[in-house]
Design a binder for this molecule. Structure first.
Ligand code: BGC
Length: 424
């Protein structure tokens, strides 16, 4: 009989992740609010609502504590703390201090994200990361934030998914600012690499023991037909341009054509942060999905073995412990999330790599960028009208995995066995 039980290794941490813009609400001065105002969000929902976490933060930390969450990734909303260049809002920082202190009081270790796709409009309007002094502007924001709240962060993500931001916003044109230029995409990534490196150095100058990294969006890439030379060539190119080249310049400051940073070569990561969701099947310059496989509600392939594969690949290359800084799925009915969690955790623990942490995306349903409120990723269900939070079945499973430090055969029967993905 197949054995479904597994144990978490000693010291392995399970947490949750959110991003400021996706949960906080009450902020209308970001590029994403502007994108909403211009009619680009599929369900027309505004990030001004989201989870109202700006107001309900204490309740949300209590919820995490009740689930036994050990570590939580949260973000700072740049537009809120720096409403105009060089003018900082002390009250906004104070509010973040309260949340971070309360997390610590409840035994939850904070992983703090400095930047997660969201820019203040004053920065966006001048060209965001393409403007000449973008690096200096970001340095000012990072320096002030480290000074204001750095003592309360246990660890840091400097930049979230630079590849997703740059390719969606500057190559595909679907995200703000809606451009379609490869050379601009490269320039944005060069600037983000320097912003990451600067933040890494600033944090370490003040807190030498802090654990600092960035959260890279990693995928498994495969040619649609392995014997087809064109598919293979495109696959190698996409993998390099979207992922491996960017990883190199961020981690080391070294040139990785077409990317080049202005920073000195060095080692700019204390852990390898990876957001893993899916696999890409390549037959041209665009992303494809494998037919006849498990899919989530956004039609992304569910491919649990990929989390093992990326952990082994990047650990092999960069030799630092892996933190899964995001992994989760859009499952609007919470019909297969328990199976998803079970299979991904299990595969991750099989990896021949040092894997130390796993942050589930997401603690609760939240404002999912272009999809708005229509795509649910939460362990906790959120009613966007009343803001009522309800623990999903998957949230109960997650809490139980933490409490028992693993999954028993009986838990598998109760939570996982009856769940199935849809196949498309
Ligand atoms: C992002 C999150 C997003 C999640 C699900 C990641 O690309 O960092 O902000 O909500 O994936 O799409």
């Amino acid at each position: 009989m197949e054995n479904h039980a597994f144990k978490l290794p000693e010291g392995f941490l399970l947490g949750t992740a959110t991003a400021s813009t996706q949960v906080e609400g009450s902020c209308t001065t970001t590029n994403w609010y502007d994108w909403y105002r211009r009619g680009h969000i599929k369900d027309h929902s505004s990030p001004d609502n989201a989870d109202q976490h700006w107001r309900l933060w204490r309740e949300d930390v209590d919820l995490m504590a009740s689930m036994g969450i050990q570590a939580a990734r949260i973000g700072i909303e740049w537009a809120r703390v720096e409403p105009a260049r060089g003018e900082f809002d002390e009250q906004a920082y104070e509010r973040y201090r309260q949340e971070l202190s309360y997390m610590r009081e409840k035994g939850i270790m904070p992983l703090l994200t400095l930047w997660h796709f969201s820019n203040p409009m004053w920065f966006e309007e001048k060209g965001a990361f393409l403007q000449e002094d973008a690096r200096e502007i970001f340095r000012e924001y990072a320096e002030k934030t480290i000074e204001e709240v750095g003592d309360l962060a246990e660890s840091w993500v400097t930049i979230n998914e630079p590849n997703v931001y740059a390719f969606n916003g500057y190559f595909m044109g679907a995200w703000p600012p809606g451009r379609k230029s490869f050379s601009r995409t490269v320039k944005v990534l060069d600037a983000l690499a320097d912003c990451h490196i600067t933040a890494y150095q600033l944090i370490h100058a003040k807190y030498p023991d802090a654990k600092v990294g960035f959260a890279q969006h990693v995928r498994v890439f495969e040619p649609l037909r392995p014997g087809n030379l064109w598919h293979k060539a495109c696959c190698a190119a996409v993998q390099w341009l979207f992922q491996d080249g960017i990883q190199k310049v961020f981690c080391t400051g070294r040139k990785a054509w077409p990317y080049r940073s202005r920073s000195a070569e060095g080692t700019y990561y204390d852990y390898l942060g990876m957001n893993y969701y899916s696999r890409s099947v390549i037959s041209g310059i665009h992303d494809g999905v494998m037919a006849g496989t498990a899919k989530n509600d956004l039609h992304w392939e569910i491919y649990p073995d990929g989390i093992r594969a990326v952990a082994e690949k990047f650990f092999g290359r960069y030799q630092k412990e892996i933190w899964i800084t995001e992994n989760g799925t859009c499952d609007n009915q919470d019909a297969f999330r328990s199976r998803y969690i079970y299979e991904h955790l299990r595969k991750l623990l099989e990896a021949k790599a040092e894997v130390a942490r796993y942050y589930h995306w997401s603690l609760m349903d939240n404002w999912e960028w272009l999809e708005g409120e229509s795509a649910r990723f939460g362990l906790v269900h959120v009613d966007y009208g009343t803001q009522k939070r309800t623990l999903n079945k998957s949230g109960k499973l997650y809490a139980e995995i933490i409490a028992r430090q693993g999954v028993s055969e009986e838990m598998y029967e109760r939570y996982v066995r009856g769940e199935a993905y849809h196949v498309e």
